[in-house]
Design a binder for this molecule. Structure first.
Ligand code: HEC
Length: 129
């Protein structure tokens, strides 16, 4: 292999590392998109802008694989159901938007307190006072 090719492969390797966090599970990746969704939605509420398109991909919370060794609690399904119904309620435009949004954020936290306490504070800070 020429020196030029070796340098090229090296650069390719570096760019992959900076673009994706290695070894993140499908569930963790989905969760990061869920957090981004909350952040965007919070800004949109504060600017009085319409809701983002219904995030259908969040249904993957039912099937996405978690990091090996991660323990899900027996109430996991119940937490998922609470999250899904709060998301549906948030898209029911007859209900008060801020309140429904904060309820949605609470369903993330309810599960996280038991299954994954790390991001609780970050998620909680998405609530709108
Ligand atoms: C039913 C339980 C449950 C609900 C509801 C839930 N999460 Fe999670 N979340 C998890 C689990 C379990 C993990 C760890 C995933 C893994 O490591 O594979 C996680 C991981 C995360 C992570 C960190 C990913 C990482 O490892 O870097 C963030 C951020 C996150 N969730 C945000 C959210 C947000 C925002 C919501 C609500 C919109 C939410 N979660 C709702 C269970 C839940």
């Amino acid at each position: 292999m020429s020196n030029k090719n070796i340098i090229y492969l090296f650069l390719l390797g570096l760019s992959c590392i900076s673009l994706t966090v290695p070894n993140q599970s499908p569930m963790a990746k989905l969760m990061h998109r869920m957090l981004t969704y909350l952040k965007n939605e919070k800004q949109r509420i504060e600017a009085d802008k319409p809701r983002q398109k219904f995030p259908k991909e969040f249904e993957k919370i039912n099937t996405a694989t978690v990091t090996p060794g991660k323990k899900l609690v027996p109430e996991h399904r119940e937490y998922v159901e609470n999250f899904r119904s709060a998301l549906a309620a948030y898209y029911n435009t007859d209900l008060p938007r801020r309140e429904q949004f904060n309820r949605l954020v609470s369903t993330c936290i309810k599960c996280h307190e038991r299954e994954c306490p790390g991001p609780v504070e970050t998620i909680n800070s998405q609530k709108i006072p």
